[in-house]
Design a protein around this ligand. Structure first.
Ligand code: ZN
Length: 57
């Protein structure tokens, strides 16, 4: 597998989706990322904040 270049849906920057990452996503049964690592970090931080405020488990 070779790397792919993906355009981030949030900021529009192109980022590299490496073959290692592709394997990881495949193993988890996920399709490719839609956001660059920077935006993913921001989105994750936000969802963690939300999960914390209504944590129910
Ligand atoms: Zn982005």
């Amino acid at each position: 597998m070779s790397y792919q270049t993906i355009k981030c849906k949030n900021c529009g920057n192109n980022f590299v989706f490496s073959s290692e990452e592709q394997e990881l996503y495949l193993k988890r049964g996920l399709s490719g990322p839609e956001h660059c690592p920077i935006c993913r970090g921001i989105i994750e931080a936000r969802s963690k904040d939300k999960a914390r405020s209504k944590y129910e488990r």
